[in-house]
Write a protein that binds this ligand. Structure first.
Ligand code: SF4
Length: 305
């Protein structure tokens, strides 16, 4: 289980809209439905049990179309996310703010927010995503000075791994550090599970949320005499097989500095020429033979329950 807490699906046609209730029955997390162009699909999704509707101001069409969605969402108590994307801004706004994409993004969001507010609807979430990090950060900062709605944050089309993970971490890291962001999405050209794993790494790096194991390992230097890359990778893969818990596990390349450098870790191995020192909170517990080091590490992890 990767730990996804909200899932979003696109509904590009009637058939996908009709499938919402079946999807809803099979999952236990909120289902957000993404609507472009055809507002009637939002009505189908709402009727079929969508937990949130995402509309893109650049593609959803007229004010009247948005009002139709709002009416039904209001009746059903379903929130609406105004999902602004730098790549699909309304033409008139782009023309007006051509000097600043972030301002155009904010203007697009505000115009849509006002339509919802005119209908007495305030169950609103806003996202302002771009590929460019300074543009994204600036858009969220500007919007948050104008309205106090929850923000869904993300760096859109961030790319494949590892570039996309780095770009997402930098962008989301800046926003979260500024206190901006209520839900996050990591957008990668990769398996969705990777997106969730990267999202958890970002949250855990900032001590905002903790879930599974955190692995601490050193960059190796001349003191390292073992194939640490392979060892760390094996520990990482085996940790993924265990039920998640917030435990910091270290894999260090030498016993001289390893336990000290990783004293924050709950448990770890520091390798020497003849074996590895097994340590807990920086304190050596015993020395174990190289061949049995990983096995003994996992036995100790079990005992830490
Ligand atoms: Fe070098 Fe040891 Fe530090 Fe790893 S733990 S970087 S091998 S000194």
């Amino acid at each position: 289980m990767a730990g996804c807490e909200i899932v979003r699906v696109a509904v590009p046609n009637r058939e996908s809209g009709e499938a919402i209730d079946e999807i809803r029955r099979k999952i236990s997390i909120p289902l957000v439905v993404d609507i472009h162009f055809n507002w009637r699909l939002a009505l189908i999704a709402l009727e079929k049990g969508a937990d949130k509707i995402r509309i893109n101001p650049g593609t959803i069409g007229s004010k009247e179309a948005v009002r139709e969605i709002v009416k039904v969402a209001k009746d059903r108590g379903v929130p609406i996310r105004i999902g602004v994307n730098a790549g699909s801004l309304p033409k008139d706004i782009l023309k007006k703010y051509k000097g600043s994409i972030s301002e155009a993004m904010v203007a697009s969001a505000i115009r849509e927010v006002e339509i919802l507010e005119e209908e007495g609807f305030q169950d609103i979430v806003v996202s302002l995503k771009a590929f460019d990090i300074p543009t994204t950060v600036s858009a969220y900062e500007k919007f948050s000075q104008l309205r106090d709605y929850p923000l869904h944050i993300g760096i859109t089309e961030a790319g494949p791994m590892p570039e996309g993970a780095v770009r997402s971490a930098v962008g989301l890291g800046i926003l979260l550090s500024k206190g901006l962001g209520d839900t996050i999405r990591v957008s990668l050209t990769a398996d969705g599970v990777k997106e969730v794993e990267v999202a958890w790494e970002i949250l855990s790096s900032l001590n905002l949320r903790k879930r599974g194991y955190i692995i601490v390992s050193c960059p190796m230097c001349a003191r390292c005499s073992v194939p640490l890359i392979e060892i760390a990778e094996r520990v990482r893969e085996e940790l993924k097989e265990l039920p998640p818990r917030p435990l910091k596990v270290a894999v260090m390349g030498c016993e001289v500095n390893g336990p000290g450098e990783a004293k924050d870790a709950d448990i770890g191995l520091a390798f020497g020429k003849k074996g590895a020192v097994l340590f807990v909170k920086g304190n050596p517990v015993r020395t174990v033979p190289f061949q049995k080091a990983i096995e003994e590490l996992f036995q100790e992890i079990e005992k830490l329950k």
